[in-house]
Design a protein around this ligand. Structure first.
Ligand code: JEH
Length: 248
């Protein structure tokens, strides 16, 4: 997969060179190119912003450098139909289904705005997608682009270990994870649940499933409505509800 990022802060993307993504890059699984938007300006001052038509506070990013940057990328990459993603608070809310969809693409181009935002003609005439990573206010689109790249690249086969990608397809998707423990068996008075030390694989499987359901019920009940629940899951949920009622 090829990924191009267009930004006025190319230095902000150095974390992408490191860790998991750096490995994927080294292995030739992803090819990431960072572009400085100012390199696609034509004036002496390399101007990327201007005053908003209609007045108001702040500055708006001009459309021409974004169009010039994408046109240069398309000439170089010669890929069929890249997804051109504008990160913006007005976009559709990013989630794992969108990450999976983007992971199947050959070429992603991410456009990062700043200031009060980007001239609407970039959304209308250049981007194929407008995406927001969540309902909170960032100062620009760079962190959002990095979140999207991280979530997408780890889904490409060969980027993270086998185990993790298999867990993806499994029915446990859609629930919160169960609690994890490692050594020591007791730490500052907190004991590892006995069942995990028992070596009884079926008992461990049931405990993990029930604890995943318990956490999801307590912390993210909205996820339960969409999860694929088995008869066993429904019994566990009944037990959890009963246990909660006993505790009051
Ligand atoms: C933020 C790209 C480009 C922030 C807010 C506003 C109401 C009040 N999930 C996300 N959060 N923020 C971004 C994002 C994504 N993806 C994001 C960006 C840009 C992405 C510039 N900014 C900064 C920014 C709109 N607010 C409307 N206002 C006070 C009434 C505050 C501004 C504009 C620009």
């Amino acid at each position: 997969m090829r990924i191009d990022i267009v930004t006025i802060f190319p230095e902000a993307f150095t974390p992408l060179e490191l860790s998991i993504l750096g490995r994927a890059r080294a292995a030739g699984i992803v090819d990431i190119h960072i572009h400085n938007l100012r390199d696609f300006t034509t004036d002496r001052h390399r101007t990327v912003d201007d005053y908003p038509y209609g007045g108001g506070a702040g500055m708006v990013m001009k459309p021409e450098p974004f169009f010039a940057a994408v046109e240069a990328i398309l000439r170089e990459a010669r890929t069929e139909r890249p997804r051109i993603i504008l990160t913006t608070p007005q976009g559709r809310l990013f989630n794992q289904a969108i990450a999976r969809e983007l992971a199947s693409c050959d070429h992603l181009i991410l456009l990062c705005g700043h200031y009060e935002g980007v001239d609407e003609r970039v959304a209308l005439g250049l981007a194929t997608d407008e995406i927001s990573i969540g309902d909170y206010v960032l100062t620009g689109g760079e962190l959002a682009a990095m979140v999207i790249v991280d979530a997408v690249v780890r889904l490409i086969p060969g980027v993270v270990g086998e185990e993790e990608s298999v867990r993806q397809d499994s029915f446990s998707e859609g629930l919160l994870d169960y609690p994890h423990y490692t050594r020591p068996p007791e730490f500052r008075g907190m004991r590892v649940p006995e069942v995990l030390l028992s070596g009884h694989h079926e008992a461990i499987r049931r405990w993990r499933r029930k604890e995943a359901l318990r956490r999801t019920l307590l912390r993210r009940p909205d996820l339960l409505n969409r999860a694929n629940l088995t008869e066993e899951d429904r019994r566990f949920l009944e037990e959890i509800r009963r246990e909660l009622a006993e505790d009051t």
